[in-house]
Ligand binder design. Structure first.
Ligand code: PEP
Ligand code: MG
Length: 568
């Protein structure tokens, strides 16, 4: 049995789909010119067919301008010059793979060295096409998540957010990754999709092959490759029990979240796309506490999403929330979230670098499009705007002023904008937690981003499984920062939420209730389990528990305290 980092709950049992880029190893055995030409022609034909097929499938979800990339690839694959040069080298005596690699490398190098951005991009197209061509020559399979048409468990070195976005929930039973931490974005998206996932499972890539049977338990982090009949029976039973418990929670669907002594809190959802609203409604969320808009930017392949495209997305979310508050976070790009059409200068520490509000305040043109779209959409519901990664009061004031100026601009254009938009900020940098009482003089609300707050407080990269032990939401140091933030908000009559993974962590719920958190934002699938816990707790008793927790020395001491209240 292998052990990884548990992300949520649920059990997946199925066949392994190994998401692994094939390694190109050139063939040693000499081919005759006729053989090599035959292999090359067949592989070329297959490559063109493959690209056409991928384009056809993608047409269902991508916009015409996004499909243009496949046309570029087709053009490249059908380019007579490319083909003739390879054939010429085969006639000189090279094998099909050697000739293809040599000519592709030469062309990639040539385009990469050009100044013009257009030609530089062509180098990426040649890389893509020649990789596919070489795989076809060597008989290697290139995995493609969009083509999965049977139930599988994905096993991968790492899942990028765009890999996760491509997963078809109908067939993906869950996933296991070799690297990644509990708050990596792939893990967060898996939870949002309601998929069981285990991340940071060292050794999984070498422990299984495509088609093996696999069990994963997303609650314990256990992963079993090719289980025995006994193990299969045991986990089938566990899965059945999990599904029964899940069904029993449905009675809490439309209930408010009130502690046994009458204190009410709000349970809201984190979303990454308008599509997630189905899940939000189905799980009884009382609004949206975090809309991660960067996924809108990451799904776009060619350019930044236009004002109209963004407006449509925000409008859908606001309308579907039916008057419940929707907290939209402005673009939080950088760190582990990259864009295909925007080049970040290399940095030693991207998580500490040019990202989120830092980038938006520097690139007001990018920021403006989003803010205009948001303000235009504001009349369709109850909008709250939140800025990510705020470190200083000046940053917050500048960002807020930018929103207010943009509002003026729209009003002058005759566009209607709501007068009731709240403007708040994420507290995810220790500096802003420490100064929360001052920030609260300017911000309408706070939402604590514990994924980053813990990463920055502990100086432990959230993507690294090696330092994952430092992800300690219940460490008293983190609890003290949270207390400062909540107290800071309340000192100015503001509300305070939490939208990091800790907000939906059952072990954290009692302490957070005791510390006075007003709003808990989490993956929609965690709402009902959290409602069950909070409605069984007494707020006054949790205040006592929280003050004891704040005086503890270690996370495990706090965990012991929490277990004692969750047990009964
Ligand atoms: C956080 O940092 O806690 C947060 C909610 O933002 P993200 O996970 O998108 O960085
Ligand atoms: Mg964050």
């Amino acid at each position: 049995m292998l052990k990884g980092i548990a992300t949520s709950s649920g059990i997946a049992i199925g066949k392994v789909y190994k998401l692994e880029q094939p390694k190109i190893v050139l063939k040693e055995a000499k081919q005759t010119v006729e053989e090599a030409l035959g292999i090359f022609e067949n592989a070329m034909e297959k490559t063109i067919k493959d690209i056409e097929l991928i384009k056809e499938r993608a047409a269902a979800t991508l916009k015409p301008e996004e499909l243009a990339i496949f046309d570029a690839h087709l053009m490249m694959a059908q380019d007579p010059e490319f083909k003739d040069q390879i054939i010429a080298r085969i006639k000189d005596g090279l094998n099909a793979d050697q000739a293809t690699k040599e000519i592709s490398d030469m062309m990639i190098g040539m385009f990469e060295s050009m100044e013009d951005a257009y030609f530089k991009e062509r180098a990426a197209d040649i890389k893509d096409v020649s990789f596919r061509l070489l795989c076809n020559i060597l008989g290697l399979n290139i995995p493609d998540l969009t083509t999965i048409d049977e139930e599988v468990v994905i096993v991968a070195e790492e899942m990028t957010p765009s890999d996760t976005a491509q997963l078809n929930k109908k067939y993906a039973l869950g996933f296991v990754t070799e690297i990644g931490g509990k708050t990596s974005h792939a893990a967060i998206m898996a939870v949002a999709l309601g998929l069981p996932a285990v991340v940071g499972c060292t050794g999984i890539m070498s422990a299984c092959k495509h088609g093996d049977k696999i069990i994963l338990d997303a609650k314990s982090g256990d992963v079993i490759v090719n289980p025995t009949d006994e193990e299969l029976r045991l986990y089938e039973e566990k899965r059945k029990k999990f599904l029964e418990e899940k069904a029993a929670l449905q009675v809490l669907l439309d209930k408010p979240t009130i502690s046994t002594d009458g204190h009410q809190v709000e349970l809201v959802a984190n979303i990454g796309s308008p599509k997630d609203m189905d899940n939000v409604i189905a799980n009884g969320a009382e609004g949206v506490g975090l809309y991660r808009t960067e996924f809108l930017y990451m799904e776009s392949t060619e350019d930044f999403p236009s004002e109209d495209d963004q407006f449509e997305a925000y409008k859908v979310v606001l309308e579907r929330a039916q008057g419940k508050r929707v907290v939209v976070r402005t673009l939080d790009i950088g760190g582990d979230k990259k864009l295909p059409y925007f080049e970040f200068d290399p940095e030693m520490n991207p998580f500490l670098g040019y990202r989120a509000i830092r980038l938006c305040l520097d690139r007001k043109d990018i920021f403006k499009t989003q803010v205009r779209a948001l303000l235009k959409a504001s009349v369709y519901g109850k909008l709250a705007i939140m800025f990510p990664m705020i470190a200083t009061i000046d940053e917050f004031k500048n960002a807020k002023q930018f929103v207010l100026d943009t509002k003026e601009e729209l009003l002058k254009e005759g566009v209607k904008v709501s007068d009731e938009i709240e403007i708040g900020m994420m507290v995810e940098i220790p500096a802003s937690a420490v100064l929360a009482d001052e920030f609260a003089k300017y911000a309408d609300f706070f939402s604590i981003g514990t994924n980053d707050l813990i990463q920055y407080s502990m100086a432990a990269d959230r993507m690294s499984e090696k330092v994952a032990y430092l992800y300690q939401p219940l460490n008293p140091s983190i609890l003290r920062l949270i207390k400062m933030t909540i107290d800071g908000a309340h000192s100015q009559g503001r509300w305070c939420g939490m939208c990091g993974e800790m907000g939906g962590d059952p072990m954290a719920a009692p302490v957070l209730l005791g510390l006075g958190l007003d709003e808990f934002s989490m993956s929609a699938t965690k709402i009902l389990p959290t409602r069950k816990i909070i409605t069984s707790l007494n707020k006054k008793e949790m205040e006592d528990l929280a003050s004891k927790a704040l005086k503890c020395h270690t996370e495990s001491e706090v965990a012991e305290l929490v277990k004692s209240v969750l047990a009964d």
